[in-house]
Design a protein around this ligand. Structure first.
Ligand SMILES: [Zn+2]
Length: 398
C-alpha cells in the first residue's frame, strides 16, 4: 500500500500528541528530571544549539539506540526537531516500538528559540577535531561532552621516561588539552630501549623538548608544557597548582613520597605507576577516596635496598603496559566514567604473565592522610629516604 507524505504525517498526528513550546517549558519546570527531552535532529544541528539537558538521538540512529538510551517504555518523552516534523515521525516510530508516553514539540527548536526560551550551544569543534576524535564521539560514555572535558583537562606528568612516554602519547592522542611534563634530564641512548617518546637523533636533547616535539607532531591540537626541572619541596606547589591530575612516572623514592604528600595536601588525584625489572604496578591514590602511597609504605626502603632501573635493569616493554594503564585511569578520571583504580593495585608479572588485583585500604594511622596526621607539610625527602650525602641522586624518571 502506497502512502503519501501527508498521509504519513496525519497518521503520526493521530498517535503522537503535539505540545506547544510553552507547555514543554512548564513541564520541564515541574518535573524536568523525569522527562526525557529527545533531540532527533542531526549532530551538527544539535551542536549549534539545543535545549538544556536534551538527549541527542539523531533520527537516523533512533531505532538502533533508543532502547539503550531510554530502557523504560513508560518514560515521559518529549521529542523535538527543528520545525516539528521529524519529531512527529520519530514519535510515531517510538510509539510503534512500544513507548507509551511520547509527545512531539510543535514548531521544534525554531519555535522554542523564537519564544525566547533558554537554550545552549555545545562546544564548537573544528573540522579537524570532528575527524580526529570521531571514534570518541561515537562512544556514548565519551561523546562530545566527554571530548570537551578531555580538551579542557590539565594533566601533569612527572617524568618523560619509560612510564611517562606511553602515558603522554595516549593522552595527547586522545586530546587531553594541556599536558605538563616535568623532567630535568636529557635524552640518553641507554633509555631509548623503553622511553619511546624520544629518538636516537635526539640524544642529548632535553627530554621535555623531545617530548614536546613528538606529542605536538602526533596531535597539534593539544598544548604541551615542558618544565625542565626536578620536582622538589620548593617548586612542587607551583608545578601542581595549575593541574587537575598528577601522573607519577618517577623512578625514585624521594620524588614518589614528595608527589604523594603534595597530592594529599593539595587534594589532587595521583595516578601512580612503578616498575622493577619484569614487574610493575599501577593504582590511583585519590585523597579522601582511598589510600595514599604512605598508607602502603609508611617508610622508604633503606638506601640501596630497592635499586633503580639504571642499577637493576628493566624489560623494555614493561613500562608500556603500566604507563598505558595510567593513561586509561587518567582518561576515566577526566571523563568521570567507570570505576577508577582507587583502593586497588594492579600488579603485573610479565614473566609469568599474571595480572593480579590487590585490595588496598586507607590506614587510619597514616602519617599524611590518616585520622591524626603527623606530617602536615612537605619535608626534605632526600633526607627522609636516607639519601643525603654519600648516595647519588637517582635518575628522575623510569
Ligand atoms: Zn595515607
Amino acid at each position: 500500500m502506497k502512502r503519501t507524505y501527508q498521509e504519513l504525517m496525519a497518521d503520526a498526528r493521530k498517535v503522537v500528541p503535539e505540545v506547544t513550546v510553552d507547555e514543554v517549558k512548564s513541564r520541564l519546570a515541574a518535573n524536568g528530571k523525569d522527562v526525557v527531552l529527545m533531540d532527533v535532529r542531526e549532530r551538527e544541528e544539535y551542536r549549534e544549539g539545543h535545549l538544556s539537558g536534551a538527549l541527542s538521538l539523531p533520527r537516523g540512529f533512533l531505532e538502533m539506540r533508543v532502547e539503550e538510551a531510554v530502557p523504560d517504555r513508560d518514560a515521559e518523552i518529549i521529542a523535538y526537531c527543528q520545525g516539528g516534523t521529524r519529531s512527529l515521525i520519530a514519535g510515531k516510530i517510538l510509539k510503534d516500538m512500544g513507548y507509551r508516553n511520547v509527545v512531539s514539540m510543535a514548531g521544534g527548536f525554531g519555535a522554542w528559540k523564537g519564544a525566547g526560551h533558554e537554550w545552549r550551544a555545545d562546544r564548537q569543534f573544528s573540522a579537524d577535531q570532528l575527524q580526529r576524535y570521531s571514534r570518541h564521539f561515537i562512544l556514548p560514555e565519551v561523546g562530545e561532552s566527554g571530548q570537551a572535558k578531555l580538551l579542557d583537562a590539565r594533566v601533569l606528568l612527572i617524568g618523560a621516561g619509560g612510564l611517562g612516554s606511553p602515558t603522554a602519547y595516549y593522552l595527547a592522542a586522545a586530546g587531553v588539552g594541556t599536558i605538563g611534563i616535568v623532567d630535568d634530564d636529557v635524552v640518553d641512548r641507554s633509555n631509548l630501549q623503553r622511553q619511546i617518546l624520544h629518538s636516537d637523533d635526539r640524544v642529548g636533547m632535553p627530554k621535555v623538548e623531545s617530548a614536546q616535539k613528538t606529542l605536538q607532531g602526533l596531535n597539534p591540537d593539544v598544548k604541551v608544557i615542558g618544565y625542565r626541572e626536578r620536582v622538589t619541596s620548593e617548586n612542587v606547589r607551583r608545578l601542581f597548582a595549575d593541574y587537575d591530575i598528577i601522573v607519577d612516572g618517577c623512578d625514585n623514592f624521594p620524588t614518589r613520597y614528595l608527589v604523594n604528600d603534595a597530592c594529599v595536601f593539595m587534594n589532587k588525584p595521583n595516578v601512580h605507576g612503578s616498575i622493577f625489572q619484569f614487574e610493575g604496578q599501577a593504582t590511583v591514590f585519590w585523597p579522601g577516596k582511598g589510600p595514599c602511597y604512605r598508607c602502603l609504605f609508611p617508610e622508604p626502603p633503606p638506601p640501596g635496598a630497592a635499586p633503580s632501573c639504571q642499577e637493576a635493569g628493566v624489560l623494555g616493554v614493561l613500562p608500556g603496559l603500566v604507563g598505558c594503564v595510567q593513561a586509561v585511569e587518567t582518561m576515566k578520571l577526566i571523563l568521570g566514567v567507570g570505576r577508577p583504580l582507587v583502593g586497588r593495585l594492579l600488579h603485573f608479572d610479565t614473566l609469568a604473565m599474571e595480572i593480579k588485583t590487590l585490595k588496598l585500604r586507607r590506614d587510619p594511622e597514616c602519617p599524611v592522610c590518616g585520622d591524626r596526621p603527623t606530617v602536615k607539610e612537605l619535608i626534605d625527602y632526600e633526607e627522609f629516604c636516607g639519601l643525603r650525602g654519600g648516595h647519588d641522586a637517582p635518575s628522575p624518571a623510569a
